[in-house]
Design a protein around this ligand. Structure first.
Ligand code: ZN
Length: 226
């Protein structure tokens, strides 16, 4: 089975970037990384460089990846800039050519589609420690700007973090030529059910719009035709 190493950036005393309302990058990266690991498990053997809020040096992150012998390394980050108007997603690879760039392109395309954020493209940097010191093709995803109030607001929600993880997983699956399994529909518990309904619409697109609103607010829901 293909081996994937997932590296949630920062952690412990290093919060990474901090948003206008105090959201810490390390927490966003952790949530996205854990979800990504769960999504990739059906198609790959997965290892995380951290699974909780602890500090891991850049050297150790690369060492974990190298001793695991992964085929791909994915470092999960959130961007930041002094100008709060700047936003968007970008993906970094070590150098042009090869599987690192291919994976970066596949993941970047999915991230743009899923988030609706500006496409800042695939970029290269041979000096980033985790790109340089990992033997496997490696990428860094910058999943939006925590410094941008609109993007920070979305990055706070579980629903949006899941959206990011799904996009990265989709890009990885494409690179591997594999298909992610369809999520199982939620099982209704036996016995009496107390349902909460938020709307009933004559047109399906209106129902879909409400469902999207719910999901963006962090609630799960579904459409049922009667
Ligand atoms: Zn970072």
């Amino acid at each position: 089975m293909v081996k994937i190493c997932i590296d949630p950036g920062h952690g412990g005393a290093d919060p990474g970037a901090i948003g206008p309302t105090g959201l810490k990058e390390k927490d966003v990266n952790m949530a996205v990384g854990l979800k990504l690991a769960e999504l990739l498990k059906p198609i790959a053997e997965v290892k995380l460089t951290r699974t909780k809020d602890i500090a891991v040096s850049l050297k150790d992150r690369a060492a974990i990846a190298n001793s695991f012998g992964c085929d791909y390394f994915i470092s999960v980050h959130t961007n930041s800039f002094t100008d709060r108007k700047v936003g968007g997603v970008e993906t970094w690879a070590y150098a042009p050519g090869g599987n690192g760039e291919k994976l970066a392109k596949a993941v970047q395309a999915e991230l743009v589609k899923a988030t609706g954020f500006a496409n800042r493209g695939v970029k290269f940097n041979s000096k980033f420690a985790v790109l340089r010191d990992t033997k496997a093709p490696a990428i860094i995803t910058e999943n939006g700007f925590i410094s941008n109030p609109d993007e920070e607001k979305l990055l706070k929600t579980d629903a949006f973090r899941e959206k990011i993880a799904k996009a990265i997983a989709q890009g990885v699956a494409k690179q591997l030529g594999k298909k992610l399994p369809e999520p199982k529909p939620a099982q209704a518990p036996a016995g009496k059910l107390y349902k909460v309904q938020v709307g009933a619409y004559k047109e399906r697109k209106n129902a879909e719009a409400m469902l999207a609103k719910l999901k963006n607010a962090g609630f799960d829901g579904f459409i049922k035709q009667e």
